[in-house]
Design a protein around this ligand. Structure first.
Ligand code: ACM
Length: 519
């Protein structure tokens, strides 16, 4: 028996090799499954048919070579047990999600070609005999993709979500509207996409080396049919899609389309610049009616219990200068523009509650008072999460720089493609501990998960998105899934070598870890 670790990512809680001859998959191997596990069994059968050309038979309980799905109500939600013996593989779970995660681990026991899109019946389709017991540390294991700054085709997002699900990531946070583009079809407000999805160019270069604009039009949006299809695709992989509809700031594309919901006599166009913008929604009843209409369409498209309302970087000069806004502040007994932002977010919370949805916002929603049921994404550091947890609100750890995957992957900028800044190399991501040391055990229960961010100002293509995401998402998966006392970075790097072959087979354009190149 080999003493090298099984090349599994994320590392299971317990994985023990058995000293028995490998399981050998063949065209005669039977899959046995029923009830809640049927969909996962069919998913497995389809994957194996694609890479081997064998359409494995179903439901022959006494076959010699078989893969059995078994209901084990005592297992934790999303947890699973996987027992591979020479003739029989048993995958136990209490939920469909647990069975799916276990199935992903099983795929990793086969050769990396298990992810191929071409049949390879000639390969030795063996899996080592093991006993695995596994369950996630956090219920929220997320990755955010910004489709506003640059638009990714649906096919690219499907590929991305498929690979996320292989890492047991279960939330795809979709940043779908911002100053630079509104990319979600809203039937009642067609100008949001007719006008709001189009800009005339993007910055070239960056910071002190900003070389003006490229004058290349960027446009694109997702139709409601495409969104429904993507949501179903993700759901089949036990990934929830969290839509983000930004307010009160990052609203310039929306207000370019519907200036009546902004504060200027002449609205600014959809932005061709990055950075923080001063365009805010006004606080008139018509604007909240508009936001309610938009959110009402959004909840018909997305089924996740949570909905993100942004809330970040809403600088207030337009509110400070506007007489009607100032009168509103007085009339509602608010202290200042921060309390007005808090009031604004509470209106959104009321709308979401009507639809049975829970509000998520960036940590600025703490300023001026936190909405009672809000979940906070702590991005500017740990403080937002610490304050929320102490206050009794849930929080998700998204802190820059640890899990900002738009940041550089090394300090040697001459060898990096142009990025937004920062530095979050693989080791730093893998070493990140999401529970802030300041929290008591009771408060720490409010830290419901961890999430990586892919802002796309400097990520113009799907292949660059993959380059920035992987293998940092592989490290994130370990932080999110494994217990706090997880294997160290060296152990991860050993397993990652084989794991990268899985990404190769799928044409995922990951970044080769410097640790391998320099070794
Ligand atoms: C953020 O990075 N503006 C949440």
């Amino acid at each position: 028996m080999s003493s090298t670790p099984l090349p599994l990512v994320p590392q299971p809680n317990r994985a023990e090799r058995l000293d028995q001859p490998d399981f050998v998959l063949s065209a005669e191997t039977v899959i046995n499954a029923s009830g809640a596990f049927t969909a996962t069994a069919e998913f497995l059968a389809e994957r194996l048919a694609t890479c081997t050309n064998w359409n494995l038979p179903f439901n022959a309980p006494t076959a010699k070579s078989r893969i059995e799905f078994k209901e084990s109500p005592a297992l934790p939600p999303e947890g699973y047990g996987l027992n591979v013996t020479t003739d029989v593989i048993t995958l136990s779970a209490s939920t469909a999600a647990g069975a799916f995660h276990g199935m992903q681990t099983l795929l990793q026991l086969f050769p990396p070609a298990v992810y191929d899109c071409q049949p390879r019946p000639d390969l030795p389709w063996t899996a080592p005999c093991v006993v695995i017991e596994d369950a996630p540390r956090f219920g929220w294991r997320g990755v955010m993709v910004d489709s506003s700054r640059y638009f990714q085709p649906v096919a690219a997002l499907k590929k991305f979500i498929d690979v996320l699900s292989q890492h047991k990531i279960n939330v795809f946070h979709w940043h779908i509207v911002d100053d630079q583009g509104w990319r979600l079809e809203i039937k009642k407000y067609p100008k949001l996409t007719a006008i709001g999805s189009k800009r005339t160019g993007s910055p070239r270069g960056h910071g002190a080396n900003n070389l003006g604009h490229d004058n290349k039009p960027i446009e694109g949006y997702y139709t409601q049919d495409e969104v429904r299809d993507l949501v179903a695709y993700a759901a089949a992989r036990h990934v929830n899609i969290l839509p983000e509809i930004e307010m009160p700031g990052h609203a310039q594309a929306a207000i370019a389309a519907y200036p009546e919901y902004g504060l200027l006599a002449e609205a600014k166009p959809v932005s061709c610049n990055w950075g923080i913008h001063d365009t805010l929604f006004n606080v008139k009843p018509e604007t909240f009616a508009f936001l309610e209409d938009v959110l009402t369409e959004v909840v018909t498209l997305f089924h996740f219990t949570y909905l993100h309302i942004g809330g970040d970087e809403a600088i207030k000069p337009q509110w400070e200068k506007d007489e009607a806004v100032q009168a509103h502040i007085k009339e509602h007994g608010l202290k200042d523009e921060h309390e007005l932002q808090s009031w604004f977010i509470r209106q959104a919370e009321t709308i979401l509650k009507k639809h049975g949805r829970k509000l998520v916002g960036w940590d600025e929603i703490l300023e001026g008072g936190l909405a009672p049921s809000a979940t906070v994404m702590s991005w500017r550091g740990l403080e937002g999460a610490i304050e929320s947890a102490k206050h009794g609100n849930d929080a998700i750890m998204c802190p820059n720089p640890f899990v900002y995957f738009d940041h550089y992957q090394s300090e040697t900028l001459s060898t990096e493609p142009l990025g937004i800044g920062g530095n979050s190399p693989l080791a730093k991501v893998h070493g990140y501990e999401p529970i802030p040391a300041e929290l008591s055990a009771e408060q720490a229960k409010h830290i419901i998960g961890v999430q990586g961010q892919l802002w796309t100002e400097y990520i113009p293509t799907p292949s660059r998105l993959e380059f920035m995401a992987f293998p940092r998402v592989c490290a994130l998966a370990e932080i999110a899934w494994c217990p706090a006392e997880r294997p160290d970075f060296a152990h991860f790097l050993t397993r990652l070598k084989t794991h990268l072959r899985r990404l190769d087979v799928q044409d995922v354009r990951y970044r080769a870890p410097l640790e391998y190149i320099q070794a």
